[in-house]
Design a protein around this ligand. Structure first.
Ligand SMILES: Nc1ncnc2c1ncn2[C@@H]1O[C@H](COP(=O)(O)OP(=O)(O)OP(=O)(O)O)[C@@H](O)[C@H]1O
Length: 482
């Protein structure tokens, strides 16, 4: 019964296919910083990376890129945009249509060709400020997917003087891949602005010294931009009209980038428009923003709060990993399931569980930090398309990735921090839904007896009840409906 619900009676051939699919997914991740991936032999003969016993590190830049790759539409918010004006006495404009912005015809055409009908919530307030004369500086914070990139790309495209063939707009991004994503938006939105060109100041883009850079928009990472400006003299910063610092929260997370960005900013002319964007706004981001953006207007759009209100939570007491797996099978056998995400704390556990389930003929996929961002995006896409019913993952998937159709979340391991205390925030991110969009959901926690106090702490922390479930009591399990 369990295998039926989990994705069908996979025969030997199917099992082989899945196993080979699985082994294709396990290889050292490339392109991403911060992760060691030396292969070491395992006691059971399989290969694990050195990191297998460690928690998967959440890489902000990789997560941000992943979000961009899998995003399907604008993220809505029910909150009002908060605005803090540099000059509170000046009138505050907001626009409900793109026409009101009096954009160049070809730019408007580009926006409509992208399928945008009207400005997003943050764009309503940000665009009039960004396009004002004289130019105004802006610090804007809103969660990923709310339209910040589209807004500053529009500002850059509208300020380019196509008769002048030198860099006029400079955008700093934290990684090569994120710079390329922004460049794609410039290319799409500027499709009809035939005289505007974009160039990437990123590692590996070798431009001979003395080359005359004629492109008007430069997008790059701080280190390479610094090199192009000061060492190689390819960009004259005194001619820059718009300076954009994108993903400030990711930027300050990378060593050296804050200082490099500030060095670049200090060489810009005083009349240059300076814009900074961030998805989150901790004190450290704010301090950096204030150092780098003089006299800013500030726009903030609060994030929808996650809540556990719509989620029924259960726990199952288990003795060990095998026991947890058996309990999981019983639960799956007993209830009708849409799609499920199973969280493990370490890669080793996630791999083990994936292999167990595959050997039992279940159709599952594994998402963990050793995969490249492209691979992760394609796994999430397959899961969204319903090609797999179960996604097994580590903390890499806990945040930011919104898979709406998931009805069941299983904590195969409880999230804990390095002090072995409950990681409340991660628990909330794994299980919670936004109150406004949240459908009902079910969450199961597989708990080894010695971890029970941690679960009780979680229960107290959120002041929500987590009921015990007997995995042998099929009647009780079958009564769980959602
Ligand atoms: N006014 C709009 N109408 C419809 N879609 C929009 C609009 N503005 C942006 N989008 C689309 O919404 C998605 C999110 O926009 P955008 O990338 O600009 O958000 P963001 O806040 O910069 O997020 P991130 O930093 O993660 O890229 C994109 O697919 C973009 O094409």
């Amino acid at each position: 019964m369990a295998s039926l619900l989990w994705g069908g009676d996979a025969g030997a051939a199917e099992s082989e296919r899945l196993n080979s699919h699985f082994s294709n997914l396990i290889h050292p991740r490339k392109n991403l910083r911060g992760i060691r991936s030396t292969t070491v032999p395992n006691v059971d003969g399989s290969n694990n990376t050195e990191d297998d016993d460690e928690d998967d590190v959440v890489d902000l830049a990789a997560n941000s890129l992943l979000n961009k790759l899998i995003r399907q539409s604008l993220v809505e918010s029910s909150h009002r945009v908060e605005v803090l004006q540099k000059d509170p006495s000046s009138p505050l404009y907001s626009v409900k249509t793109f026409e009101e912005l009096r954009l160049k015809e070809e730019l408007l055409k580009g926006i409509y060709a992208m399928g945008f009908n009207r400005p997003s919530k943050i764009q309503e307030m940000a665009l009039p400020m960004m396009l004002a004369h004289p130019p105004q500086n802006l610090i804007a914070q809103s969660q990923s997917g709310t339209g910040k990139t589209a807004a500053f790309v529009l500002a850059m495209l509208s300020r380019v003087n196509t008769l002048e063939l030198f860099p006029q707009c400079l955008c700093l991004a934290p990684t090569y891949e994120l710079a390329l994503q922004t460049g794609r938006v410039v290319e799409r939105m500027g499709k009809f602005c035939v005289d505007v060109q974009v160039m990437y100041a990123i590692r590996g883009n070798h431009i001979p010294r003395g080359t005359d850079v004629t492109k008007q928009i430069i997008i790059g990472t701080p280190g390479t931009v610094l090199d192009w400006c000061f060492k190689r003299k390819l960009i004259d910063l005194t001619k820059i009209r718009v300076f954009v610092l994108d993903e400030a929260d990711v930027m300050i997370d990378t060593q050296g980038f804050s200082d490099q960005s500030i060095r670049i900013q200090r060489a810009l002319p005083s009349e240059c428009q300076m814009l900074l964007f961030s998805a989150t706004f901790e004190d450290s981001v704010w301090q950096f923003a204030e150092r780098i953006i003089p006299d800013p207007n500030v726009i903030k759009l609060r994030k929808e709060e996650l809540t556990l209100n719509n989620i029924r939570q259960y726990y199952v007491l288990c003795e060990n990993r095998k026991d947890k797996y058996q309990a999981l099978c019983n639960i799956y056998g007993g209830i009708t399931i849409g799609q499920a995400i199973i969280f493990c704390q370490t890669r080793r556990n996630a791999k083990w569980l994936t292999v167990e389930m595959m050997q039992d003929g279940h159709q599952v996929s594994l998402l963990s930090g050793e995969l490249t961002v492209d691979q992760r995006a394609s796994i999430i896409q397959r899961f969204r398309d319903g090609k797999e019913k179960v996604l097994i993952t580590t903390n890499v998937c806990a945040r930011g990735i919104d898979v709406k159709q998931v009805t069941i979340v299983v904590n195969f391991d409880l999230p804990v921090n390095q002090a072995e205390e409950p990681d409340y925030e991660t628990y909330l991110h794994r299980i919670g839904r936004t109150g406004r969009f949240g459908k009902k959901g079910l969450a199961f926690n597989m708990i080894e007896v010695d971890k029970l106090p941690l679960l009780m702490k979680i229960q107290d922390h959120f002041n929500s009840s987590i009921k015990q479930l007997d995995p042998e009591d099929m009647d009780e399990i079958e009564k769980i409906e959602y």
